[in-house]
Design a protein around this ligand. Structure first.
Ligand SMILES: [Cu+2]
Length: 68
């Protein structure tokens, strides 16, 4: 499965690393690609383990706003 999160507040490489790292720590997440310019984050995952709600929570725990 693949989905795209929309994340507000990412401005630099540090933000990118924080968001990517938080998502990759979730069980079932296989791949994360952060697009800083658009604020979009593509996630490949196994839906048996990870949900969009869990991803949003992980992003928000890093201090960013996951809007979609
Ligand atoms: Cu930053």
């Amino acid at each position: 499965m693949q989905l795209t999160l929309e994340v507000n507040g990412m401005t630099c490489g540090h933000c990118e690393k924080a968001v990517k790292g938080a998502l990759e720590e979730l069980e079932g997440v296989h791949g994360v690609e952060v697009h800083l310019d658009s604020g979009k984050v593509d996630v490949s995952y196994d839906e048996a383990f990870a949900t969009k709600a869990m991803m949003k929570e992980a992003v928000e725990a890093q201090g960013y706003d996951a809007v979609g």
